[in-house]
Design a protein around this ligand. Sequence first.
Ligand code: SAM
Length: 279
Amino acid sequence: MRFDIITIFPGLLAGIFEHGVIKRAVAGGIVEVKAHDLRDFTHDRHRTVDDRPFGGGEGMVLKPEPIAAALESVGATPKDQRDPQRESVILLSAQGKKFTQGTARELARLERVILLCGRYEGVDERVNDLFADRELSIGDYVLSGGELGAAVIVDATMRLLPGVLGNEASSQFESFGLSNAEIAKTEGESSDDSLQPSGVAPSSSYGAGGLLDYPHYTRPVEFRGLTVPEILTGGDHLKISHWRREQALEKTRRNRPDLLQTAELSDRDREFLASLDEG
Ligand code: SAM
C-alpha cells in the first residue's frame, strides 16, 4: 500500500515513519510512505502556496493550483476516473467526518491513499470539490496543520495491513475491534485461523467486539503496593476470559458509554452491566 502526503512541512513527518511497526512495514516493502513539499509545485520566485481569503477575514488560505500540480505529479487518478476500491484522496480538515477505526479498516483495503494537509485558515474549497474523495477530521479540536492528522491516519491504517503486526489477531481483538459477526464476514478473505471466530479467546486477548480493551498487566506482580489481579496469575483460562470481558465492559461503561449502544453484547454481558448499574 502506498501513502503520499502533500504538505508545506514535509520535515515534520520525517521521523514519524522511522520507528516501530511503520519502519518495519516500510523496510519489509508492505507500505511506502512519501511526504511531498507543496512548494515544489509552485512557479514563482517566492514559492507561494497561500493567498488572502476572498470576502475578507483572518489569515491565509492554501491556493488550489500547487495542490493540483502536486496531485498530478504523484500520479493521482483524476477524481471522475478514480476507482474507490483502490485509491482515495483525503483532505485533512477540522470540518471533516470523524476518522475512526472503521475508516482505518476501509482505507486498509485500498492500494493507495493521498493525504492533503491544510495550514493557515485551511484550503481553497475547490480542492475539496475537484480532487478529494473524503474530508476527514481526527477529532473535535483544531490543529495548526493537517500533518499530525495525516500521520495518525497512516499509522492507524497501515497497522491493519496483513504482515505489519507480529500477531494478526492483535488488530482484531483490541479496542474498537470487530464483533464476531464482523469477523465471520471476513472469514472467506482470511487464511489465518487465529482470526476465525471460535468462541474461545485468543491467547493474549478477548475479542473486544466494539468495546474498549481490558486492562493489561506484566511483571512485577507487586508494584508500589498494587498487586496484579490474582485471577491473571491463577492459570484458569476460562476465568481469565470472563474477567477480561467484564473489565472491558466496565471500562467501556466508565470511559465511553456511547460504545455500549453499538457493541455486540451477550446475555451474560447485559447481566454484568445491569449488576454494575445496581451496585
Ligand atoms: N479554519 C479551519 C476551521 O476552523 O475549521 C481550521 C484550519 S486549521 C488552523 C489548518 C489545517 O489544519 C486545516 O486545513 C486542516 O488540514 C488541519 N486540521 C486542523 N484541525 C484538524 C482536525 N481536527 N483533523 C484533521 N485536520 C485538521
